[in-house]
Design a protein around this ligand. Structure first.
Ligand SMILES: *Cc1c(COP(=O)(O)O)cnc(C)c1O
Length: 425
């Protein structure tokens, strides 16, 4: 562990802004290590796991063919459609999100089909690349890393595909690298305006349970998600929901992968086949607890909470902002994710901010991915999160920036507290 530098009075003065700090002369000139408490992750997944979920997982193995585990599994399958707001078919995979991407492709497409990937950062492209390895052609609808997908560009491209060569449109709801949130209903409307039959597949891995999402109302054919982000369960489970149209596409698809194949999973002769084998026992206990917690809070209340907490993060970033320092990656608030925020750091070394937070304070921030490496950090604010956790994160980030002698506009912590204040009643 790296020891912090001796305290620099000018830094402390800068933080206090008005009144000079009263430093205890006994400790002022010694290097003090503050990092002795519970570590916190503020990365966009794996997110913070509730003790209730972790405790639910810490159990001996049950009978997997009958009894409580089967009831737990049935309960999970009953609850899953509501999570995506669909009557479509849910699937549970023992995998990370990449497995759900693979399941979406291999059960609905045929070799040589084309997918149109909507660029708004890293993740939709990575999904398209996985599809390409699996034998389909990928075309990218170019986008940018600081704005959502342009629905008009999608409409125009589909209108220019009279032979319907494009079989599926792949998009993310939230791109976790850029922290943009795409307007899923607007993308659906663009597909409809072009009168195009392509399947509409949406990756909600970073957003499900955090952002409003209405699979059926919004006309989404395939939704994918994973356990470790807004859903508060350790990495290892992925989810897919398929509309009737997507299930029908299974008949002509020919990229089947045995373990992920929908055939047996759609019509299991026994419980075991829902999981293509032994169920992920501990994860199922954890998932059921997480789904109960989501139900206790209420899905809409949860969306509201994420909005309020994101509002506090945005207030902090707004406060810190300077022309050549801290700033938003997504300038339009309407296009910002409420689950993760990518913070550009301008002339300030983003990795040094992260290092000081991690080594000096036990706080792990998300790193800048791809072109953002060293130029941005990310704050995950998804799932199991309350104001002390969030304000602790923001205050630590602020302290780290100030400790580097970098300038901030004003205290982001004060702004974030003010943003949350109306909600404390
Ligand atoms: C995290 C993430 C993924 C990748 O999920 P894995 O579980 O790492 O495979 C894909 N898409 C989005 C939007 C994500 O946030």
């Amino acid at each position: 562990m790296v020891r912090s530098n001796p305290i620099d009075r000018s830094i402390v003065l800068a933080m206090a802004n008005t009144s000079p700090p009263q430093l205890d002369p006994e400790i002022a000139d010694r290097g003090i290590d503050l990092n002795f408490g519970r570590d916190l992750v503020a990365i966009p997944g794996p997110s913070i796991m509730p003790d209730r979920v972790l405790n639910a997982m810490a159990r001996p193995m049950p009978d997997i063919y009958s009894g409580e585990l089967v009831e737990t599994s049935d309960d999970i399958f009953r609850r899953l459609p509501g999570l995506a707001r669909t009557e479509g078919h849910p699937f549970v995979i023992i995998s990370n999100g990449h497995g759900a991407w693979q399941m979406a492709i291999s059960n609905t497409l045929a070799r040589g089909d084309k997918v149109l990937v909507l660029e708004s950062g890293r993740f939709a492209i990575a999904w398209g690349e996985l599809a390409a390895v699996s034998g389909v052609k990928m075309e990218i609808l170019p986008g940018s890393d600081d704005r959502p997908v342009d629905p008009e560009a999608l409409r125009a491209r589909l209108a220019d595909d009279p032979g319907h060569e494009i079989r599926a449109v792949l998009s993310v709801q939230t791109d976790t690298a850029t922290s943009v949130r795409n307007d899923v209903p607007a993308l659906r409307a663009a597909i409809d305006e072009a009168d195009h039959p392509a399947l509409f597949m949406v990756d909600c891995i970073a957003s499900l349970g955090c952002e409003p999402f209405e699979m059926d109302e919004w006309g989404v054919d395939v939704t994918v998600a994973a356990s470790q982000k807004g859903l508060m369960v350790p990495p290892g489970l992925a989810f897919l929901w398929a509309s009737d149209k997507a299930v029908a596409a299974y008949e002509r698809s020919d990229l089947h992968v045995g373990y992920l194949d929908w055939g047996r999973r759609l019509n299991p002769s026994q419980h075991y086949e829902l999981y293509s084998g032994t169920p992920p026992v501990s994860h199922l206990y954890g998932l059921r607890e997480a789904l109960v917690m989501i139900e206790e809070e209420g899905l809409e209340a949860r969306w509201d909470r994420h909005r309020a907490m994101a509002g506090a993060v945005w207030a902090a970033v707004d406060g810190w902002s300077t022309d050549d320092g801290i700033g938003f990656n997504i300038s339009d608030p309407a296009a910002r994710s409420t689950a993760v925020t990518t913070v550009r750091t301008g002339s300030i070394d983003a990795d040094e901010i992260r290092r000081r937070c991690a080594e000096g304070a036990g706080l792990t921030l998300g790193l800048g991915i791809g072109d953002f490496a060293g130029r941005a950090f990310r704050i995950g604010h998804m799932g199991h999160l309350n104001p002390p956790m969030l304000l602790g994160t923001l205050g630590t980030v602020e302290a780290a920036i100030v400790s580097m002698g970098a300038s901030i506009g004003t205290s982001g912590v004060a702004a974030a507290s003010a943003a949350l204040a109306p909600h404390l009643r």
